[in-house]
Design a protein around this ligand. Structure first.
Ligand SMILES: [Zn+2]
Length: 80
């Protein structure tokens, strides 16, 4: 009996598992709850990353620059 292979899970998620390897892995998934759970966890993690990414479109450096420009404007701006 074949043991678990974390690399196969990663390849499967990347869509890099083909042919015989894919068949073997799918066959393994039917018997192995450990790998099924691992796969679920990975998929949740991936969908979580995809979901949260658009919420932070501005890189940290850009945001810092913008806020420092605001601070500068407040310090130097002399509005009459
Ligand atoms: Zn397994």
């Amino acid at each position: 009996m074949k043991g678990c292979d974390d690399q196969n899970i990663q390849l499967y998620l990347d869509g890099e598992l083909h042919g015989k390897n894919l068949e073997e892995f799918c066959g393994h998934l039917k018997k192995c709850t450990v790998c099924v759970q691992e796969l679920k966890t990975e998929e949740e993690l991936i969908s979580l990353l995809h979901r949260t990414r658009p919420l932070y479109p501005a890189p940290e450096a850009l945001r810092r620059r913008i806020s420092s420009e605001h601070a500068m404007a407040r310090l130097t701006g002399k509005k009459n």
